[in-house]
Each structure stands twice: as structure tokens, then as C-alpha cells.
Write a protein of this length. Sequence first.
Length: 257
Amino acid sequence: MLCLLGFVMCLNSCITNKDVVYLQDKGTKEKDVLQLTALTKPYRVQINDILSIDVKALDKDLVEIFNPTTKDIGTSQQSLYFNGFTVSKHGNIEFPILGEINVLGFTVKEIENIVERLLLEKYFKTTAQVFVTVKLAGLKYTTLGEIGSKGTNVIYQDNVNILEAIANAGDIPDTGDKKDVLILRQYPDGQKIHHIDLTDITALKSEFYYILPNDIIMVKPLKRKALGAGATAFQTLTTVASLFSVLISTYFLATNL
């Protein structure tokens, strides 16, 4: 009876390769696999984003006011928080000399052009050869649920895919549901939840394959874990044997009273 029970539980609770292996080919034609490309669009700045803006010119003294000093603080996220330009709830940044500049919904390249144009109009001469660089102050995201490390992470890259983000957070254990990873994403009109199956190679062309600033990645535990079953057949049998042993001990204690 114990063996039969253990066998049934193994069939229903063991975690298989289909549950844990990333980017499996689930019937995709070979030529289609080679053409898989994530659908990426230029990121458009949102409220609460922090921008790092660097202004250069032939005369370094002229641009000193636009570039905050970071000698004492370094280049940490804390430094970027205090010295970067935070997008207000109205979509503006407060820039030296130029005052408020609306950046909501613009790409970083478009913001570079806006700042450079305003500097030439209001502060520099055209001969100053002004060069403006705008970057997001790190790509910040949060991980929750069945994942190696929960919390907020920052990666200093322009583009980060979800596999890189998950690896940076300690990966998803075998007990995490890779077939239905949730992404909570911020939009101008509120937040929305999206789903992506990381065990399917077609995830490479999902519009959610690349994460965006302030994304929240949530990983659910597999139902097998929620039920308390083992991840492997051996663990399941061990659980069954332990349960059976407790039941037998309880039975004999009860009959001897």
C-alpha cells in the first residue's frame, strides 16, 4: 500500500525537466527559432525615473554648474539619487539655469536633443560645441516570490532581458513556476500584470522579454511545493515514508493505551 501511494504521489508531484529548463523548443520550426527576436521599443521616460545628465563643452568651466560633483559620494545608487534628476509627478525635471523641462514620454535621445537645444538658445553660443548625454540612472526592478533573492535590484545597462534580471537575483529554483512568470509594469494610466512562459523559446520574441525600469517580477511556487510534495521522486517517497511512520506510531500508541 505504501509503495502504491508513493508511486501515485511521484507521478503527480515530481518536478520534470519541462518545468525547469529555460527556452525549450516546443514544436517551433527550426527556421522560426533562428528568426526569434525580442520586440524592443525605445524606453520612454516615466514619472519617478531618475536621469543622469552630463553636459560637456570646449570650456569645462562653463559646464561645471550642470554637472554635480560626486567625488565624496562616489557613483553609487545613493549618489545618483541625490545628484540625478528625478521626474516629477507632472513629468518635469528641474535643470540648472534652464528651470523646468518636460521629459515625460520622451526617449533619452530625444531628451538629449531638447536639453542641448535649450542650452544653445539660453546659455551657450553655437560655437561652444555643447555635447549632452542622458542616461537612466540604472535600471531598477524588484523581484518577489519563489526566487533566489527577493528585493530591489539595479543593473547599470541600457537593456536588460528578464533572464539577466532573474540571474542577477539568484535564479528561480526548481520549485518556482517558470511557465507563468508575472511582470507588474507601470504605465501612465496605472499598473498592469503581464505573463511570460520562460520555458518556451518563443519567449525571446515577447514584448515583455526585456524588462523596463520599476518592473516587479513575481514568481509563483509550483503547486507541488504548495502541497508540500518533494521536488524529486526520492524526496516524495521520503515524505510518504515519514508520514506512514508517524501514522503507524500513532496507531500503536493508541492501541496500547
